[in-house]
Design a protein around this ligand. Sequence first.
Ligand code: GDP
Ligand code: MG
Length: 327
Amino acid sequence: MEPKPNIVERLLGGDRRAVARLISWAEAGDPRFARALSMFYGHIGRTHRVGVTGPPGAGKSTLVNELAIAHRAADRTVGILAVDPSSPFTGGALLGDRIRMEDRTTDSGVFIRSMASRDSHGGLARAAVDACDVMDAYGFDEVIVETVGVGQAEYDVVSAADTVLVVLCPGAGDGIQAMKSGLLEVADVLAVNKADQPGADRLATDLEEAVELRHASRDADWTPPVVSCSAGRAEGIDRVLDAVAAHRAHMGTDGLEARRARMREGQVRRLVHEGLEAELWQGHGLAERAAAALDSGAAPYDVAGEILADVTRRLPDPGTNRTEPVS
Ligand SMILES: Nc1nc2c(ncn2[C@@H]2O[C@H](COP(=O)(O)OP(=O)(O)O)[C@@H](O)[C@H]2O)c(=O)[nH]1
Ligand SMILES: [Mg+2]
């Protein structure tokens, strides 16, 4: 009898259940994930990753749905990760209807997974990047990650993409809100959705001006294009796809590699931070030491300073390693 193929072989062999299982491991922080990743890491890199973010209700899920339909029409396979969806990804059913399938689950060209931030034990960005790595190794042509543009964790998720698509729509606060919330900073492409609604043209013009201003002052070599669409009416989807493709072409192989290298550095940094935090507060008596020092009237900065000095004394010597003690 053939030995049972392990999960990595199943993943690389095109078994979707392996995709689901590995993502669950990543979400749960299961140590089996790290072992599996080092086995399939060499198979990662052919997939284009698009991060989609923007305020709740802008139409991100609707647009992601349309993007997936367009990719499928062009015979490209798609993996979708919806992080903390404010609107539950009912898009799955819609997607099925639109591409006229008897049973959506039989289309192995689309994979949809939701991930809630409350389930990821603070490691949302870690779990999301891991999930993208799994979908990449499986071999989806396109991976799309939807996240609501709010906190640092969501920012980390979306900035792990090759191309960041920010979706906005006319209405409350719109453009000004986007400029304040830092969404323009992360955008490689800006989509003004709900072009069927009043105020869409104005929003697009405002955004174009804002983007021009910022990029003129920074001498950046890519100015994020502003494209209009109505995801709800399946209009302008090609324009969005073209803009994303243009960004990708602009980056070229070198640009893409540089961006991915920065992303991996950020990932390692987060893993070290997460690991350190877990390690530090377990079994070293630091919590007790802090409590005792505070109890005796020491100020928090002094307690933290002492603990930090103690910990950093044990770091590698800067002479042999670039690691600097935390001051
Ligand atoms: N008028 C209009 N409504 C849209 C359009 N796209 C999405 N919507 C609606 O906007 C609401 C929020 O959409 P959703 O995709 O869930 O937004 P998300 O929170 O950004 O993911 C839903 O009721 C959609 O039907 C559009 O192009 N025009
Ligand atoms: Mg949504």
